[in-house]
Design a protein around this ligand. Structure first.
Ligand code: ADP
Ligand code: ADP
Ligand code: SF4
Length: 608
């Protein structure tokens, strides 16, 4: 029988010298003389070496009354405790638990030869933990961290399932693993030198040149790693993984910093590796249009981030994504979100009487002879609107923003806009040794007001990270802080470059809502550059489309309504979307399929 509740103590937050053990003083079992909440030292076996702070607390899950009590959770001034009733439907024991009152993982994804398996779930839900188990880096303890079982006992637990053979391979050291890390920004710190050297040192399959060509990174092979942009690093990291000769490939996010063309090219390459080389690939991906294209089947991971995570049995990709969006898992009989995520089946109605923020004229800008040049068709931007901006990387989107801001003079076109622009760049750096709350309060006087908390801090889930230092934040946390900082400024126009990067699906939806509400309530105008087509659909009132030849020349169309904008953009890419019959979710059509050809004939690429 699996246990029915777990207690999780965040040891980074538990600070007994500042609270006088409010938790244990009020814990009902403690008050009747039981030892439910004790110090870690008291719970500790004598003679064993001690790691960490002995005076921090430990909670006995056997004695604890569970979530309905929750008194300690309320009493702890540092939000260090979580008491969570596990879903009753969860029949199994944990696969792995890091220790007393630590994160617990239930279930495992099943890698399959010749297939791409997706893993869809929030950050902090145990995806990397699962991969460490599958790669043999962690021997799973089945929840018994005090007296861990042997590999044979673990395999026994999975006997008769598809994982048995695989885990035997892991035990015998027969499984070679190649892995692309989530945060590619850190690669230059770990590896100096030329890109080609990095790739060749990993190249066990002898395919560097071919893969570099497919990912369009040939031009940067002779550049130093530390000179690459985020989008280039992402593709180099993927290449360095795919050139290895492994049984099991793990790709932790494929899409951050890539434009749609690059996303689709990368997805095709990963599929080919699985199909043609008969390898097992597991991908974590939050861009659902790309996951749909990429995976043969998916596991959904749900639970409570940083407390526990459950990996479901595999589902068909279509069913899994639909259930995830609907917020309800059928087989598991489990609600994972109060409401469904819904898309516009029909383009939003054009706004009739919009108040104009700015009219800008035709403009052109070249960075010099033989350098990049941009042509902008004049247009207008409305007050209170969220304007989606789409187009490949290197096509002049930031150049356009600088023209509006007056930081850059056009060669042609008479502008004196001087708009005050608040800008969130694509790559968010946060290396000042400063706490999140100090950083944000240095930006706005509204910091901490109930208005700011409701409009910014809550939807961007900042409360739990306020006391952390900027350099310690994960990529998703850093992204949310950067969005908050940008929206908190006083400006005419807010420009967000790829706010979706490193956010999980849930966080994308919340950030979308925060941005939209902010625009509406603040009479703010927001331009959002993003390559996640779902996010653009959820977010934008109108669309501005860039096309051309990246790094050579770019052309910007005036802002237009969503339907014509999507049609123009997707026609450039030669990609059409159909609607899933159940949920109206947009799905990429197979090139050359009947639907694809019909929609192209009719010129309806997205809203059919
Ligand atoms: P994901 O990959 O889904 O973001 P992870 O598997 O990295 O999630 O982490 C899940 C949880 O496990 C996190 O709360 C993390 O803090 C915790 N965790 C990871 N490694 C350890 C460890 N060695 N000891 C204790 N807790 C850990
Ligand atoms: P996007 O925002 O669409 O990715 P950018 O406007 O940043 O595109 O850049 C468009 C092109 O102009 C890129 O090839 C970039 O390398 C080049 N570029 C940007 N700034 C300069 C500059 N100051 N001097 C020369 N080239 C530049
Ligand atoms: Fe004690 Fe459990 Fe109640 Fe916390 S939730 S006060 S540990 S019984």
């Amino acid at each position: 029988m699996a246990q029915d509740s777990i207690a999780v103590v965040d040891l980074d937050r538990c600070q007994p010298d500042r609270c006088n053990y409010e938790c244990s003083n009020y814990c009902p079992p403690n008050r009747t003389g039981k030892e439910c909440i004790v110090t870690r030292e008291a719970a500790h076996d004598e003679g064993e070496p001690f790691e960490g702070e002995p005076d921090q607390i430990q909670i006995s899950e056997e004695i604890c009354l569970g979530e309905t009590c929750g008194i300690c959770v309320e009493k702890c001034p540092f939000d260090a405790i979580e008491i969570i009733n596990l879903p009753q439907e969860l029949e199994e024991d944990a696969t792995h638990r890091y220790g007393e009152n630590s994160f617990a993982l239930y279930g495992l994804p099943i890698p399959e030869k010749g297939k791409v398996t997706g893993l869809l779930g929030p950050n902090g839900i145990g995806k990397s933990t699962a991969v460490k188990v599958l790669s043999g880096e962690i021997t799973p303890n089945l929840g018994d961290f005090e007296d861990p079982p042997s590999w044979d006992e673990v395999i026994d637990q999975f006997r008769g399932t598809e994982l048995q053979d695989y885990l035997q391979g892991v035990r015998d050291g027969d499984i070679e693993v190649a892995r692309k890390p989530q945060y590619v920004d850190q690669i230059p710190e770990q590896f100096g030198g030329e890109t080609r050297q990095l790739l060749e040192s990993a190249d066990e399959r002898g395919v560097v040149d071919e893969i570099a060509e497919r990912l369009s990174i040939t031009p940067v092979l002779d550049q130093d790693i530390d000179s690459l942009s985020g989008g280039e690093l992402q593709r180099v990291a993927l290449a360095a993984t795919l050139v290895q000769d492994a049984d099991f490939y793990f790709v932790d996010e494929l899409t951050p910093y890539l434009d749609i063309g690059q996303r689709v090219a990368a997805a095709r390459l990963v599929r080919e590796l699985a199909e043609e080389q008969n390898r097992a690939v597991l991908v974590v991906e939050h861009d659902l249009a790309v996951l749909d294209l990429l995976a043969d089947s998916i596991h959904v991971a749900y639970g409570r981030p940083s407390a526990y995570g459950v990996v479901t049995d595999p589902k068909s990709t279509k069913k899994g994504i639909n259930e995830y969006l609907r917020g309800y898992l059928d087989n598991e009989n489990m609600r994972i979100r109060p409401e469904a995520i819904e898309f516009e089946q029909h383009a939003p109605r054009p706004v009739s009487e919009a108040d104009t923020l700015v009219d800008y004229p035709d403009m052109s800008k070249s960075y010099g002879e033989g350098e990049f040049s941009l042509d902008v068709e004049g247009g207008s931007i409305n007050r209170n609107e969220v304007l989606g901006v789409v187009g490949p990387n290197g096509i002049g989107k930031s150049t356009f923003a600088k023209l509006l801001a007056g930081g850059l003079e056009p060669d042609e076109g008479d502008v004196d806009l001087g708009l005050d622009i608040a800008y969130k760049p694509q790559y968010v750096e946060a290396d000042q040794p400063m706490r999140v709350d100090a950083f944000l309060s240095s930006i706005t006087d509204e910091f901490g007001t109930s208005y700011w908390n409701t409009e910014i801090a809550q939807p961007l889930q900042l409360e739990r990270i306020m006391e952390q230092n900027l350099p310690d934040l994960s990529g998703g946390e850093r992204q949310r802080v950067a969005i908050a900082a940008t929206l908190s400024k006083d400006a005419d126009l807010y420009l967000l470059d790829e706010p979706s990067a490193h956010l999980d699906v849930e966080q994308r939806v919340l950030a979308t809502r925060a941005i939209r509400r902010y625009a509406e309530n603040h009479e703010a105008t927001v331009m959002v550059i993003d390559h996640d087509i779902y996010m653009i659909d959820l977010l934008a009132d109108r669309l501005m489309v860039f096309d051309g030849e990246p790094a050579e020349y770019g052309h910007a169309s005036p802002p237009q309504e969503m339907r014509s904008g999507m049609n123009e953009f997707l026609a450039n890419l030669d990609v059409t979307f159909r609607r899933d019959e159940n949920l109206g979710r947009p799905r990429i059509n197979k090139p050359g399929s009947q639907k694809d050809e019909q929609q192209k004939r009719e010129g309806e690429y997205y809203y059919t």
